[in-house]
Design a protein around this ligand. Structure first.
Ligand code: FEO
Length: 598
């Protein structure tokens, strides 16, 4: 049965459906076959857009003859040289010897490689942005290197507002099978173009400047309605964004023990409100389907066994598929199993080392042969970590008085300096904010000697710490009182015009402030100040509280200890219960800044 049909009054579809194929590109299972699309643009001049796979020469030439209805084509436009689209160029030329072949310089280089010659006598070589007029139809060629090969170009017909998108927006599946677009388009995208997100983003950017009413890809259906839906999905996929809420568990299991842990975790995730849990047994699921799921969801659990001092082969292959496609922006959890020397976690994490913006869930679950009670508890804790956002969304399960939420506010860290009339003093604060065009608020704990001093003197300097500030600066200004020690002893400083000191190292700016007003905030006083002087001293980045926690503060030595650790300075309180009014003897922060040692 002929597959020829109109796309617009002057654009005709002449592609073919392939139901004989077993594996597309030699690796992808295509249960619903494959379509190789080709189009004819009828105008004063006639252009044919690409050819089809070598097994469909006669079907395609028949379709072409039907669409041409006795006319002769003037051009064959070659957007992509992969053989599923280019294999019939020679047959086209034999049938229509008067036609020219339109491509770019890379197209013709590849043609010479595939066919031993590049049709030198009939080449029309186009540049990026080049145009071709067929009469009414004006075509513009936009190069799209690596979507999916380097020579790829797409073609925009500004007359009918049609984008011929080459492999872009393609999918697995023949056109005579009804199926949802996204599933097989996603599997196709991540399998074939997934590595080239940056190049797809570039193409989308170019496409966003065009008025597109129809997209004609080289595989899959012609897209005619609701184009925003397809463009949005392509934007999410190519930017490695999260398309769907949920968690995917990819696992291998030799004797079923790892599988049992996976099943228990899946149950727990569902019970904690995870909107979708996808479980893929990598030995049995279609690998391209598992890869597609890994990119679709924002969280993934990898569960496998130690095998030949590495990991089970299907998991190794799976992670290779992810890393070679720029796997990124995910939360990743691990379950490992090993009877004598479990090392699957180390191997899996090592394989993911080069991936950008991965966050690792806690704890890593280590099963020794078969799941025990401790493992079940670990799975519960892992489910809590993975479902943190789902639990917090629900009014039933959300912790509504979790004051650690306050730590998520972003802060810089500063040394505030002042003088009590006899000596200079300074302390660390994170509570400096610009509160209007010309006012700065600085909040200082009343327990700090500096608070008392500034109430009297009404003058202070704010030293903006930069990321090179060492832990010693925090010890010097944060963990001792200026009432009893000279915090500047042995330290070189400079003076601003108000006579107060500022640091000559480890800062990127210093602001001299004059107190205009003050507000009593119970534990703190807020000084509202005007700026009398402002100097920039370096271009290093500002030290934030998060940067300090992650890069400056030494890791507390909690191993083997029970009790509570101060998140500010690492002081360890050894005791089961931390008194509510406990004050850290080192940095003077309260109980809220302590966390239980796990
Ligand atoms: Fe459909 Fe990249 O060939």
């Amino acid at each position: 049965m002929s597959t020829v049909k109109k796309v617009t009054d002057s654009i005709i579809y002449v592609g073919v459906n392939d139901h004989k194929i077993d594996l597309f590109e030699g690796q992808y299972d295509v249960p619903n076959g494959m379509a190789y699309n080709s189009y004819v643009i009828l105008d004063d001049k006639i252009a044919v857009m690409d050819t089809v796979d070598i097994n469909f020469t006669h079907e395609w030439l028949d379709n072409l003859a039907e669409a041409l209805n006795g006319r002769q084509p003037d051009y064959l436009i070659v957007q992509h040289m992969e053989p599923d689209h280019s294999a019939n160029i020679q047959n086209f030329v034999n049938t229509y010897p008067g036609a020219k072949i339109v491509g770019n310089s890379k197209t013709f280089t590849m043609m010479a490689q595939f066919f031993g010659h590049s049709f030198e006598d009939r080449q029309v070589v186009v540049e990026n942005g080049g145009t071709l007029s067929l009469g009414k139809h004006q075509l513009t060629f936009v190069f799209a290197p690596m979507v999916h090969w380097p020579e790829v170009m797409v073609t925009y017909d500004s007359t009918d507002k049609v984008l011929f998108s080459a492999d872009g927006f393609g999918k697995f599946g023949a056109l005579d099978v009804e199926e949802e677009w996204a599933c097989e388009a996603r599997r196709y995208y991540f399998g074939i173009v997934g590595k080239y997100g940056a190049q797809v983003q570039k193409l989308l950017q170019a496409a966003s400047t065009l008025d597109i009413q129809k997209i004609c890809p080289l595989h899959g259906p012609i897209l005619t309605e609701n184009l925003g839906y397809y463009l949005d999905l392509y934007n999410t996929w190519s930017s490695y964004g999260i398309e769907s809420d949920g968690i995917v568990i990819a696992y291998t299991s030799v004797y079923g023990n790892t599988k049992k842990a996976v099943e228990l975790l899946a149950e727990k995730l569902k019970a904690k409100g995870c909107p979708k849990v996808v479980v893929n047994d990598l030995a049995r699921v279609d690998m391209a389907e598992a890869v597609e799921d890994a990119f679709r969801y924002g969280k993934i659990v990898l569960a496998t066994t130690t095998y030949n001092a590495g990991i089970f082969p299907w998991m190794r292959e799976f992670i290779d598929h992810l890393t070679e496609r720029n796997f990124s922006n995910k939360k990743v959890a691990f379950i490992e199993n090993g009877t004598w020397a479990p090392m699957a976690h180390k191997v899996m994490k090592g394989m993911l080392e080069g991936c950008k913006n991965l966050v690792f869930a806690e704890p890593v679950v280590t099963i020794k042969s078969a799941m025990n009670d401790a493992n079940k508890e670990q799975l519960e804790a892992l489910a809590d970590d993975l479902c943190q956002d789902y639990l917090a969304r629900s009014p039933q399960t959300a912790k509504k008085n979790d004051m650690t939420a306050l730590f998520r506010l972003g802060y810089g860290l500063y040394v505030v300096t002042c003088n009590d009339g006899k000596k200079d003093n300074g302390l660390i604060v994170n509570t400096v904010s610009q509160v209007s065009d010309n006012k700065i608020a600085v909040c200082i704990n009343k327990r700090n000697y500096s608070c008392h001093v500034i109430e009297q003197s009404k003058e202070l300097n704010v030293n903006c710490l930069s990321v090179d500030a060492p832990f010693d600066i925090f010890k010097r200004f944060g963990f001792q009182s200026g009432r009893t020690v000279d915090k500047f002893q042995g330290m070189e400083t400079a003076k601003s015009d108000n006579g107060l000191p500022f640091l000559t190292q480890y800062i990127n700016a210093v602001l001299s402030l004059k107190v205009e007003n003050q507000v009593d905030l119970d534990s703190h006083i807020m000084f509202i100040c005007s700026v009398t002087e402002a100097r920039v001293t370096s271009d290093r980045a500002t030290m934030t509280y998060t940067y300090y926690q992650e890069n400056v503060k030494p890791k507390p030595q909690t191993e083997g200890k029970k009790g509570w650790v101060c998140k500010i300075c690492g002081y360890i309180y050894e005791g089961e219960v931390l008194p509510d009014d406990f004050i850290c003897p080192l940095c003077k922060h309260g109980a809220a800044d302590f966390e239980k040692i796990k």
